[in-house]
Design a protein around this ligand. Structure first.
Ligand code: MN
Ligand code: MN
Length: 449
């Protein structure tokens, strides 16, 4: 038996002081304990926030694309996750040889050993044909968290295919999410930039301006509305993107959305840094203006975003990003961030915006659990729920640094950011895996289901 004693328990309705008992991997009691059994392990949480373990709904571990393979595999990626208080990640699985079932099996196989946190999967739909449409109910039954389509990249679906995908997914009740950028227009802009020899990293954001995002958001939500099924937008990067969603919501569209820490605290000034430093921040959508940071922070504080995903997709600066030094289209896109997501979001919401820790808890844990079918096993402090618990000490100063990070990438994009608050303890299904900020057990994770 383990007992968390005298913590500030973060519940949906507010913060209350109390104790939590964990036994056999689940929470067995919440309240005030008077008699402590002799054999109980007691963790004093006085003055600390006790959250349901954080859930990161957006990671790409052990992924290979046309340009490179990610620096982090499941082992290092999940170690970074749990060190940052994240007890469940939902990773993207792509089809294998055209098959969703095979894709899910392959990705699960990669994750099954040596993971430090629990792992669930989203299934990407990169092609529409009879075989894929027939497999959708089967992989839904196998427990995928959601389905995802792309409006950009070579594996994007066209509007008719997206419509057909949503129609096929709707009976499964799984969420349909999309990467919203207009792929054909990006290709046109890149061609123009190439013809005028503007391929330095400073031009990356010029190949994917805000209109590329807003157009795709509007189109995807419109297709969702036509099918009468709710849709979800991942990694909203701009104030205009958020405003597009809000306008569609006012017209009755059912749409939830995610933003990412990078769009809250980093801006496009980094793309003109000397010595190709901007290459570290190449991602899609690109970083926007400082004004966008502020709009998205305010929107997150007022509940317009349901989730914050890291979009962790890590590549090494020296050996991988630099291959695109003279051609930004050769820079593998993505950044590490699974470890920093929780504290950055806490910093923005609780420290800067002074929102109630309960509101932060919903964004970082409860909402993703609910949207992706993990609730109430995950995402809540309740008797009977998995004892996934993150204890955050709000008084310690924490400087984000590659020196202490667990990613295998050779840099972090949040280097030097100072945060009041640190991860003190993490429990994964009742097992004590982070102790006083130290990762002490990195192989207790399991695939869900
Ligand atoms: Mn994406
Ligand atoms: Mn992504």
């Amino acid at each position: 038996m383990r007992i968390i004693r005298n913590g500030e328990l973060v519940l949906p309705t507010g913060v209350v002081t109390g104790d939590i008992v964990m036994e056999n991997e689940v929470i067995t009691y919440i309240g005030h304990i008077t008699d402590i059994p002799d054999d109980a392990e007691v963790i004093d949480a006085t003055g600390c926030y006790v959250f349901p373990g954080f859930i990161d709904p957006h990671t790409h571990f052990q992924m290979t694309n046309a340009l490179a393979s990610t620096a982090d595999d499941f082992e290092s990626g999940t170690a970074a996750a749990i060190a940052g208080g994240t007890t469940t990640i939902i990773n993207f699985a792509s089809p294998e040889e055209g098959s969703l079932k095979q894709g899910l099996a392959v990705h699960k196989g990669r994750a099954e050993n040596h993971i430090a946190c629990d792992v669930a999967f989203h299934m990407e739909i990169t092609d529409i044909n009879d075989a894929v449409l027939q497999e959708i109910p089967a992989v839904a039954k196998d427990g995928v968290a959601s389905f995802k389509v792309y409006l950009a990249y070579g594996f994007r679906l066209n509007d008719k295919e997206i419509y057909e995908a949503i129609k096929a997914i709707a009976p499964t009740n799984k969420l349909v999410a999309a990467h919203c950028e207009n792929g054909p227009l990006i290709e046109a802009l890149i061609e123009e930039l190439r013809q005028s020899s503007k391929l330095d990293v400073a031009n990356h954001p010029n190949s994917r301006p805000v209109l590329i995002e807003t157009e795709a958001i509007e189109r995807f939500v419109t297709i969702g509305t036509l099918t009468n099924y709710p849709v979800h937008i991942v990694h909203v990067s701009s104030g205009a993107g958020l405003e597009t969603i809000e306008t569609l919501r006012r017209k009755g569209a059912r749409v939830t959305c995610e933003t990412c820490p990078q769009y809250l605290v980093l801006n496009d000034s980094v793309y003109s840094l000397p010595n190709f430093e901007g290459g570290k921040y190449v991602m899609s959508p690109p970083l926007r203006k400082a004004e966008d940071n502020q709009i998205l922070r305010d929107a997150l504080a007022s509940g317009k975003f349901q989730t914050v995903g890291s979009d962790h997709c890590s590549f090494n600066f020296e050996s991988q990003k630099k291959q695109g030094m003279h051609d930004f289209t050769r820079i593998p896109g993505g950044i590490p961030g699974v470890e920093e997501r929780g504290l950055i979001t806490y910093h923005v919401l609780v420290n800067k915006h002074q929102v109630d820790p309960s509101q932060f808890m919903k964004v970082i844990s409860e909402n993703p659990a609910k949207l992706y079918g993990l609730y109430p096993k995950k995402g809540t402090l309740q008797v009977g729920s998995d004892a996934d618990i993150t204890i955050l000490n709000p008084y310690v100063e924490h400087v984000l640094s590659k020196e202490t990070a667990h990613t295998k990438a050779d840099y972090i994009p949040y280097e030097g950011i100072n945060i009041k608050g640190g991860i003190a303890h993490v429990f994964l299904r009742g097992h004590h895996v982070v102790n006083n900020g130290e990762l002490i057990n990195a192989h207790l994770g399991k695939c869900i289901p």
